[in-house]
Design a protein around this ligand. Structure first.
Ligand SMILES: *Cc1c(COP(=O)(O)O)cnc(C)c1O
Length: 400
C-alpha cells in the first residue's frame, strides 16, 4: 500500500461535513507553487498575505520568550497583558471601551470567527452574508449548523450591501449579520453613513453583528477605518469585532486573532477553546503583544507601499481589453470582472496559469463566477510583468 492512500474501509464521514468544500484558494496556490518548483516563471497574484517579513522587533521577542522558557500553557483566552493590549488598541483606534472579559485571543481571526459561530448558531439560524464574501464564511456557518443567506452586492453599486436588500433577506430565523470591511475579495469599504444604516437594521430587527475587521489598517485615499461597534452603545452591545495580527503585522503563520464583544458570550468562546485548542501558541501571543507596541509609523509605511501598488495594479488592469477591475478602497485585492471573456472564473484562472504562467484566484469561491481576484501583495516589478502577460494572453484568447 502506498503511503497516504486510503484502504477500502468505506469509512462514513460525519454528515456535518457534507456541505463543506475544499478551499479553491489553497488549491490554485498549490498548483502555482508546484509549477514554480519545476522552474516555470510563474508570477502569482494569489497571495492572501502581506509579502513583507515579520517586523524585526516581533521576531526578537520570540527569541527572548523562548529563551526565557515561556513555552507552557497560558490562560486559554490569552495572557492578561495581551488581552489588555487589545483593549487599549480598540480604545485608541476606535474609541471603543472594552475590558479583558470582553476579549478572547484565538489561533487566528479565522478561529475567532469559527468560535463565534459555534457559540451563537443553533440549527437553522440564519446568517446574512453579503456576497461576494470571504471563502470560509459559509463553511464556518454550515459547520456550526447555521444557514448562510447571501445578500448580493454589485460592482456598479461599489459592492456595498444595500439596506433594502438586507432588510428583504431578514426572516424570523435571522440571527447574525456578517460584515467584512475592508472586504476580501472586493476591497470595498463601508463608510460611516453606510454603517449607520446597517446598524439601524441590526437594532430594529434585534440581530447580532459579527464584524470582520482584519484589514482595518489597509485603507487608501486617506480613508480611516470605522468599526460598526463604534457607532453607539446599543450597536456595540450587539456586535462582535474580530481582528488579529496576521494581516496587520505580517504574522499569518503565527496564528493570533481576537474577538471582542459581550462578556457572557466571550466567556463561552473561552470555554469552547478550553475543550478544543486551549491557548494559542504562548510565543505567538508574546509576539502579538510586541506587534501591538510597534509605533503607528509602521502601519503608515506599509499602507504607503500598498497604496502605490494598488494604484499601479488598478491602472494597468483597467487598460486591459476585456477586464473590468473594481477600484478597491481597502485590503490588498483587486476584484476584476471577466464577463466579457465568456469564460467561467475556474476556466479563466486554469488557462491563465497554464498558458501565461500567471496565478489569480477564481471568483467562484467568493460567490461570483464573473470575477477573479488579484492580490497586490506582490512587488511592483511582478505587477508590471504579470499584467503585461495577462494583456497579451487576453489578446490571444478573446476573439472579436
Ligand atoms: C486572512 C483573513 C482572515 C483570517 O486571518 P487569520 O490568519 O486567521 O488571522 C479573516 N478574514 C478575512 C476576510 C481574511 O482575509
Amino acid at each position: 500500500m502506498t503511503p497516504g492512500s486510503s484502504v477500502d474501509l468505506k469509512i462514513k464521514i460525519a454528515g456535518r461535513l457534507a456541505c463543506v468544500s475544499p478551499s479553491a484558494t489553497l488549491g490554485l496556490t498549490a498548483k502555482a507553487k508546484a509549477m514554480k518548483a519545476k522552474g516555470l516563471p510563474v508570477i502569482s497574484f494569489g497571495a492572501g498575505e502581506p509579502d513583507f517579513d515579520t517586523p524585526e522587533a516581533v521576531k526578537e521577542e520570540a527569541i527572548r520568550s523562548l529563551k526565557a522558557g515561556f513555552t507552557k500553557y497560558t490562560p486559554t483566552a490569552g495572557i492578561p497583558e495581551l488581552r489588555e493590549a487589545v483593549c487599549r488598541k480598540f480604545q485608541e483606534d476606535q474609541g471603543l471601551s472594552y475590558s479583558s472579559e470582553n476579549v478572547v485571543v484565538s489561533c487566528g481571526a479565522k478561529h475567532s470567527l469559527y468560535n463565534l459561530f459555534q457559540v451563537l448558531c443553533d440549527p437553522g439560524d440564519e446568517v446574512l452574508i453579503p456576497a461576494p464574501y470571504w471563502v470560509s464564511y459559509p463553511e464556518m456557518v454550515y459547520l456550526a449548523g447555521g444557514a448562510p443567506v447571501f445578500v448580493e452586492t454589485f460592482q456598479g453599486e461599489g459592492f456595498l450591501p444595500k439596506p433594502e436588500r438586507l432588510l428583504k433577506a431578514v426572516t424570523p430565523k435571522t440571527k447574525i449579520l456578517l460584515l467584512n470591511s475592508p472586504s476580501n475579495p472586493t476591497g470595498a469599504v463601508l463608510g460611516r453613513r453606510d454603517l449607520e444604516r446597517i446598524a439601524d437594521i441590526v437594532l430594529e430587527k434585534g440581530l447580532l453583528c459579527v464584524s470582520d475587521e482584519i484589514y482595518e489598517y489597509y485603507l487608501y485615499e486617506g480613508l480611516t477605518h470605522v468599526s460598526i461597534a463604534a457607532l453607539g452603545e446599543e450597536i456595540k452591545n450587539r456586535t462582535f469585532v474580530v481582528s488579529g495580527a496576521s494581516k496587520s503585522y505580517s504574522m499569518t503563520g503565527l496564528r493570533i486573532g481576537y474577538a471582542a464583544g459581550d462578556a457572557e458570550v466571550m466567556k463561552k468562546v473561552g470555554m469552547l477553546q478550553d475543550h478544543s485548542t486551549s491557548n494559542p501558541s504562548s510565543i505567538s501571543q508574546r509576539m502579538a503583544l510586541e506587534a501591538l507596541r510597534l509605533p503607528k509609523s509602521y502601519r503608515e509605511e506599509v499602507r504607503g507601499i500598498f497604496q502605490k501598488r494598488r494604484d499601479k495594479t488598478a491602472a494597468l488592469l483597467s487598460k486591459v481589453n476585456g477586464l473590468r477591475p473594481f477600484m478597491p478602497q481597502g485590503a490588498f485585492y483587486v476584484f476584476c470582472g471577466i464577463a466579457e471573456t465568456g469564460l467561467s472564473s475556474d476556466v479563466f484562472c486554469a488557462r491563465l496559469l497554464e498558458e501565461a504562467y500567471v496565478a489569480v484566484i477564481p471568483g467562484k469561491s467568493f460567490g461570483s463566477d464573473k470575477h477573479v481576484r488579484f492580490s497586490f501583495a506582490a512587488s511592483e516589478k511582478d505587477i508590471e510583468e504579470g499584467i503585461e502577460r495577462i494583456s497579451r494572453w487576453m489578446g490571444r484568447t478573446i476573439k472579436g
